[in-house]
Design a protein around this ligand. Structure first.
Ligand SMILES: Cc1cc2nc3c(=O)[nH]c(=O)nc-3n(C[C@H](O)[C@H](O)[C@H](O)COP(=O)(O)OP(=O)(O)OC[C@H]3O[C@@H](n4cnc5c(N)ncnc54)[C@H](O)[C@@H]3O)c2cc1C
Ligand SMILES: CC(C)=CCC/C(C)=C/CC/C(C)=C/CSC[C@H](N)C(=O)O
Length: 481
C-alpha cells in the first residue's frame, strides 16, 4: 500500500537501520547514503565481526582468507568499492589444479596450455567449449543489472530482478538442476562428473543437482580472471561503513515491531549490547543477514507476520581448515613431494571422501617476490570439508603440521531446485537482502541486492512507482540513452 511508505509531504526519512555488517549490510549502508543524502542517520547493527562471512585467520604472522576469497573480474560493484576506497587488487597467483577421485588424480593441468586443451578435447569432446560459451552468455546477461541500477531502476523481488536480466530463462535456471541444463546443452556426463562436480564441491560444497543459476555463478568463480583485495576482502566492509558515515552499533538485534504513531509508520528495534538491552525507532529497516532458523540470526518479528511463517530451507555447513604443514602427497599418488606440481586438488563426488578440496593459499598481503611454497616445504593449505576434520583425517592429508585453524561456516543455502526465492519486501519499509543468495551466493550477489534495496527503499519512500519492476528495460534503456 503506497500510503504506508513515505509521508505525503515528501519529507525524507530521519533514521534508517541496517542489521548485519557483512558485505551486504555495509554495501547497503553505502548505497543508502548515496540515495538518501547526508542528513539521514544510518545505524548498522553487528553482533559479531564487521565482514561477516568475509574474514581472515592469522598463521605464522600472515593473514589468510577463511571465508569469501575470490572476486570475478566482471563483478563491477566489488570493483567500484575497491576503487572508491583506495584499496588495492590482489591477483590470483597462478597454480596448477588437479582432480582426485579418492584413489588417484584423474585430471591434471600441465605447463602446456595446448596440451591441456588437447587432453580436454580427447577426454570430453567439445563439452568444455560449450560450457565456456554458456557461462559467457549468462555473465553477459547478468551484467545488464549494472546498467539498470545506474539508471535507478529497482525490483521488488529477486524473481523480478532475474526476469529483467534474462526473461524467464534465469528464473527457470533457479528451478532446474545444473546437470539437466548441461546435459541439454550437450555437455557429456563424464565432463559433468569429472570437472563440473569438483567445481561445485569446492565452491558450494554441494553436487551437480544444485540449480543451474547458482551452478553458473560457481563456474564463473572457476574462471581464471579472479582477484581479491590486498589486505583482506573484509576491508571493503569496514571501508564502506566509514565512507557512508554509518554508526556501527556492536549489538544483536532481537526483535522488530511496526509502530504507528503521529510520525507515521516506524519500526522499533530491540537490541542487546555489552551493557544491556535497549530499543530505537527507525523509519526504514534493512535486514542483511540470513533469517533461516539454522543460521541463528535471532531476529523475531512482533506485531505483524512477514510473508512467511519461518523462512523455508537451511544453510549448508562448510568447514574451512587452514593448516600450516607438509602436504602428504603420497595420499594423492605422489610419493616424492618434489614431483607433486599442484597448488589445488579438487575432488569428484565420491562416497566417503571426507574433504571437498585442499589448496595451497596465499596470504592477503603479497609482497612483490612472493612464490608459492613447494610441497616438500611447509606451506599453508585450506581444506574445505562438510564436517570437522578428525585428527586421523588431518594425518591422512598432512605428513605433519605446525598449526591448524578451523572455521565452521553456515556458508551458503543448501540448494534445491524446488526451493522458492524468499521475499525482499517484508513490510512497507522493511526489506530483506539475503533472499538473493537462494539464486546464487557470492559477494557480488549481496552487493547487487544492496544496491537494489537502497533504490527500492528510496523509490518506495518517495512513491516513485515508475522506477520499480519496469518491464522491457533492455530496450527502454537503449532509447533513454
Ligand atoms: C568458506 C566460504 C567461501 C566463500 N567464497 C566466496 C568467494 O570466493 N567469492 C564470493 O564471491 N563469495 C564467497 N563466499 C560467499 C560470500 O562470502 C557471501 O555470499 C557473502 O559474504 C555474504 O555476505 P552478507 O553480508 O550477505 O552476509 P554475512 O556476511 O553473513 O553478514 C551477515 C552479518 O549479520 C550479522 N548478524 C546476524 N544476525 C544479527 C543480529 N540479529 N543482529 C546483528 N547482527 C547480526 C552477522 O554477524 C554477520 O556479520 C564464500 C563463503 C564462505 C563461507
Ligand atoms: C556473481 C557473479 C556473476 C559471479 C561471481 C563468481 C564468483 C566469484 C563465485 C565464487 C563462488 C564461491 C561461493 C566460491 C567459494 S570457494 C572460493 C575459493 N575456491 C576458495 O578456495 O576459497
Amino acid at each position: 500500500d503506497p500510503e504506508e511508505h513515505g509521508p505525503v509531504d515528501g519529507a525524507p526519512p530521519s533514521k534508517i537501520a541496517v542489521v548485519g555488517a557483512g558485505i551486504g549490510g555495509s554495501a547497503t549502508a553505502h548505497f543508502l547514503r548515496q540515495h538518501f543524502g547526508p542528513e539521514v542517520q544510518v545505524d548498522v547493527f553487528e553482533k559479531g565481526e564487521v565482514g561477516g562471512r568475509l574474514a581472515t585467520v592469522t598463521v605464522n604472522h600472515n593473514d589468510y582468507e577463511s571465508g569469501g576469497s575470490i572476486i570475478h573480474s566482471l563483478n563491477l560493484h566489488m570493483q567500484e568499492f575497491v576503487k572508491q576506497l583506495g584499496l588495492k587488487y590482489r591477483r590470483n597467483v597462478a597454480g596448477k589444479m588437479a582432480v582426485f577421485n579418492g584413489e588417484e588424480v584423474i585430471l591434471e593441468e600441465t605447463d602446456w596450455y595446448l596440451l591441456d586443451l588437447f587432453r580436454l578435447w580427447w577426454r570430453y569432446g567439445i563439452s568444455f567449449i560449450r560450457l565456456q560459451m554458456w557461462v559467457e552468455e549468462i555473465m553477459e546477461k547478468f551484467m545488464r543489472i549494472y546498467k539498470y541500477q545506474a539508471h535507478g531502476y529497482a525490483f521488488s523481488s529477486v524473481e523480478e530482478l532475474l526476469d529483467s536480466l534474462g526473461s524467464s530463462g534465469f528464473i527457470n535456471m533457479t528451478r532446474r538442476p545444473l546437470s539437466d541444463s548441461l546435459l541439454e546443452l550437450g555437455v557429456s556426463q563424464r565432463f559433468i562428473d569429472e570437472v563440473i562436480a569438483p567445481v561445485m564441491r569446492i565452491n558450494y560444497g554441494q553436487n551437480v543437482s544444485i540449480p543451474a543459476f547458482v551452478g553458473a555463478v560457481s563456474l564463473a568463480g572457476a574462471q581464471n580472471n579472479l582477484w581479491a583485495v590486498e589486505g583482506g576482502n573484509k576491508l571493503v566492509c569496514s571501508g564502506l561503513l566509514k565512507m557512508a558515515s554509518a554508526n556501527l552499533l556492536q549489538a544483536q538485534v532481537n526483535s522488530i515491531s511496526p509502530i504507528h504513531s503521529g510520525e507515521g509508520l516506524q519500526y522499533q528495534l530491540s537490541f542487546t549490547t555489552a551493557t544491556g538491552t535497549a530499543s530505537e525507532l527507525y523509519d526504514i529497516v534493512v535486514l542483511a543477514t540470513p533469517l533461516q532458523a539454522s543460521v541463528g540470526s535471532g531476529v523475531q518479528f512482533q506485531g505483524f507476520t512477514p510473508p512467511f511463517d519461518e523462512l523455508p530451507g537451511s544453510y549448508h555447513s562448510t568447514v574451512a581448515t587452514i593448516v600450516h604443514g607438509y602436504l602428504n602427497t603420497s595420499f594423492f599418488g605422489f610419493p616424492d613431494p618434489r614431483l607433486f606440481p599442484f597448488a589445488s586438488v579438487l575432488t569428484t563426488d565420491t562416497p566417503d571422501l571426507f574433504f571437498n578440496s585442499v589448496a595451497s593459499v596465499c596470504p592477503v598481503n603479497i609482497s612483490a617476490g612472493f612464490r608459492r611454497k613447494q610441497p616438500q616445504e611447509a606451506g599453508v593449505y585450506k581444506v574445505f570439508s562438510p564436517q570437522l576434520l578428525e585428527k586421523s583425517q588431518l594425518k591422512t592429508l598432512f605428513r605433519s603440521y605446525y598449526s591448524v585453524q578451523v572455521t565452521e561456516w553456515q556458508a551458503c543455502p543448501r540448494y534445491s531446485s524446488s526451493q522458492r526465492l524468499p521475499p525482499v519486501e517484508l513490510h512497507p519499509n522493511l526489506y530483506y537482502l539475503n533472499g538473493i543468495e537462494w539464486a546464487g551466493s557470492a559477494m557480488e550477489m549481496s552487493s547487487v541486492a544492496a544496491k537494489n534495496i537502497a533504490l527500492l527503499a528510496y523509490h518506495r519512500w518517495n512513491r516513485q512507482t515508475d522506477m520499480v519492476d519496469q518491464r522491457d528495460l533492455v530496450h527502454r534503456i537503449k532509447t533513454e540513452l
